[in-house]
Design a protein around this ligand. Structure first.
Ligand SMILES: [Zn+2]
Length: 457
């Protein structure tokens, strides 16, 4: 690691002052905290409604600081990723508290761009913070309902323009503010820290590593989330691009995507905006940064993980098909499951094709073996949990068909086995203090602005 430079040291000092946090804030608490701040500092904070969620929640932006630079920070792009809610709140509080901090840049902060999806995650925001409780109360919107991936997209045979009202609100803000930097607040669940940056910036990879290290968080050196991204350095990647995904899938001879959009980063690039995503885990495990080679060939590990994933997804798919005629159409959860199962079922074949091209002599590392197995564990707990809530919710409404009870019974039994397996792993997991997660995301956000300023002509 390089020596920490002056600006980074100040950033880290600020980020380490984030107080203890015992829960994640839901929709009403985020609004309340940012509204209270606005009322306490009417001369500093400009509050503006920028949109309305599909189910009727207002979406609000809070602007603080002097400029001339403009920075845009938005949380809730994936509403199952709440670390950014605190990061947005903390940033707003610090800007109000410190005149020198708000000089030079005007920060536009959207505390929550997807209130509808957030409300469906609030069941786990108060803990206990173990994987079993979390995934049983987890909701991730269908790809076509994720703010992050519903920006307009046109490439080769792909055409997407079904922009959500929430996404439209963000597009309008991006076009109005033309931000120097945009920080899309995401997080993962288990592993180490990694980052996406829309372009290479001198010295920034080292700074991002130093930020994670200063909070004792490991870097994620296992499988990248997608093989289409080029690393700028360990655990720091170029931003995922829908075009690159399209080209990758096309080259494998698989059906190309035609129902998903582009990202906020790709959209903001028209204004020369530099974007950052800091991915942070709630939990870490000793294996996730262990580069020791195992006895197992990587090719076999990859293929075996693909087979296991396929078997789990097929089980969920069978249950969902049996239950589908008896489920209400208007549920976000049902729409999520209906979209994710066919989408994820393409993954095993893609992984097997990838495995076929790997040198059979190459041994998998401990990190790779753990990471591949854990992707499967995460998928079946997440989407099994969403399916179970769909079925149980339908039954709880009091008018479910008798035909819904057998698939519900089967799912409860399968899901209980998966939870039991996860419970044994839960004991080995280290739960990262929330203030450290917020601290890393906050420091990375501030470091991005500093890195972009360094490169300014
Ligand atoms: Zn995300």
């Amino acid at each position: 690691m390089t020596a920490t430079n002056g600006p980074l040291r100040e950033i880290l000092e600020r980020a380490h002052r984030v107080p203890d946090l015992a829960h994640f804030p839901g929709v009403d608490e985020i609004n309340q905290r940012l509204d209270d701040l606005t009322e306490q500092h009417p001369d500093l904070v400009t509050r503006r409604r920028i949109g309305t969620s599909r189910l009727g929640d207002p979406i609000t932006m809070y602007s603080i600081g002097d400029g001339p630079e403009q920075a845009l920070v938005y949380a809730g792009v994936h509403p199952n990723e709440p670390i950014g809610f605190w990061t947005a709140i903390r940033l707003a509080e610090d800007l109000c508290a410190d005149a020198s901090f708000r000089a030079g840049c005007r920060w536009h902060i959207i505390g929550n761009i997807d209130p509808d999806g957030t409300r469906l995650n609030e069941g786990w925001f108060d803990g206990p913070f173990n994987r079993v409780h979390y995934t049983a109360n987890f909701y991730r919107p269908a790809p076509q309902e994720q703010v992050e991936w519903t920006f307009p997209f046109q490439y080769k045979d792909a055409y997407f323009d079904r922009v959500l009202p929430e996404t439209l609100a963000l597009m309008q803000v991006i076009d109005e503010v033309k931000p120097t930097i945009a920080v899309s607040l995401h997080n993962t669940e288990l592993g180490g820290v990694y980052y996406y940056v829309s372009r290479e910036l001198t010295g920034f990879v080292d700074e991002l590593h130093a930020i994670a290290a200063s909070f004792d968080l490991p870097l994620d050196l296992g499988e990248p989330e997608t093989p289409v991204v080029e690393p700028y350095g360990p655990a720091v990647y170029e931003m995922i691009s829908s075009k690159a995904v399209y080209d990758y899938v096309e080259a494998l001879g698989m059906p190309t995507p035609n129902d998903s959009g582009s990202s906020s980063s790709a959209y903001a690039a028209r204004h020369g905006t530099v974007s950052l995503v800091a991915e942070l885990p709630y939990w870490t495990h000793p294996s996730i940064d262990d580069q020791t080679p195992t006895e197992s060939p990587y090719q076999q590990v990859l293929a075996a993980a693909a087979d296991e994933l396929e078997s789990n997804l097929r089980t969920l798919d069978e249950i969902f098909r049996a239950a589908r005629p008896y489920l209400s159409d208007d549920s976000q959860l049902v729409r999520g499951v209906a979209a994710f199962l066919p989408y994820l079922l393409k993954r095993p074949e893609r992984e097997r094709r990838r495995a076929a091209e790997i040198d059979p002599e190459r041994r998998a590392t401990v990190a790779e073996v753990f990471g591949l197995g854990d992707i499967n564990r995460s998928f079946r707990l997440r989407y099994g949990g969403m399916l179970l809530r769909s079925l149980d919710g339908e039954i709880a409404r009091g008018s479910a068909s008798a035909a819904l009870y057998p698939p519900a019974k089967r799912l409860r039994a399968v899901y209980a086995e998966w939870q039991a397996e996860a419970r044994s792993l839960d004991e080995q997991l280290h739960t990262v203090p929330i203030k450290h997660l917020v601290g890393v995301q906050y420091a990375a956000t501030l470091a991005l602005l500093a890195a972009v300023r360094r490169e300014a002509p």
